[in-house]
Design a binder for this molecule. Structure first.
Ligand code: HEC
Ligand code: HEC
Length: 188
């Protein structure tokens, strides 16, 4: 009996060890595949160009949701629809896991606007995190390019990007408020 228990514990140990090895190897192979994403989103997901959002340190659940939404056409963007058309659920989960653990980017923002944005941002932090770090389905906003954030808020406001909560929130923001909030979160 004792022997069986030990043998069982040992095989459990082997199984866990194997799982850890696989996941470390998997992240390396995901990084190789993600080279196609780095072309636009920057090395390890730190984008140097505002037309392409940073993915580094983004919430994995949010990344997975967005990749599925591009693939299904629910979130409309020709470039990302093409990028996701051939991705499997496994690829999508792997990209979510990979980008979520990379070091965050810091885009910066116009200092005068940052202060104005700070005064308006309290209402956002409940969902997006007290430091804009995000949480699960709520995306990280901290360090993102202000011009990208401005475009997304404008798209929610116009209804070209669909999400009940964000359309209601962005619908009540003026163009100036959007620019100030985007500068504040880019600076965080
Ligand atoms: C040719 C350039 C290009 C390539 C290559 C590319 N993307 Fe994108 N990606 C974009 C653009 C542009 C957007 C913003 C589109 C929009 O406004 O909806 C975007 C948006 C995203 C978003 C949403 C980010 C957010 O904050 O909502 C995710 C996630 C994403 N891309 C993941 C990937 C992954 C994973 C790959 C590689 C498999 C990839 N992208 C390859 C251009 C690219
Ligand atoms: C009730 C929760 C909630 C509140 C409050 C909220 N958001 Fe959001 N926000 C979300 C969710 C959920 C998403 C992702 C929606 C989707 O999938 O398109 C999102 C997405 C966004 C995006 C898109 C990010 C990206 O990477 O594309 C921006 C920008 C944003 N929110 C800004 C704000 C700002 C600024 C405020 C405050 C004025 C705010 N949000 C308040 C829930 C919230």
């Amino acid at each position: 009996m004792h022997f069986f228990r030990q043998a069982f514990t040992f095989s459990l140990f082997l199984a866990c060890y194997w799982a850890m090895q696989v996941s470390a190897n998997e992240l390396t192979s995901v990084e190789q595949k993600a080279a196609t994403c780095f072309v636009c989103h920057g090395d390890k997901g730190k984008s140097g160009d505002a037309q392409w959002p940073s993915l580094a340190a983004q919430q994995s659940v949010y990344i997975v949701n967005q990749l599925k939404a591009y693939k299904s056409g629910e979130r409309k963007n020709a470039v990302m629809q093409a990028q996701t058309s051939k991705l499997t659920v496994e690829d999508i989960n792997n990209y979510g896991a990979y980008f979520a653990v990379q070091q965050p980017a810091k885009a910066g923002g116009d200092p005068a606007l940052v202060q104005k944005g700070k005064d308006k941002a309290a209402v956002c932090l409940g969902c997006h995190g007290t430091s804009g770090e995000g949480n699960g389905e709520f995306p990280r906003l901290a360090g993102q390019h202000p011009d990208y954030l401005t475009k997304q808020l404008t798209d929610y406001k116009s209804g070209s990007r669909i999400n009940g909560a964000m359309q209601a929130i962005a619908g009540n923001l003026s163009e100036d408020e959007i620019k100030a909030l985007a500068a504040f979160f880019g600076f965080l």
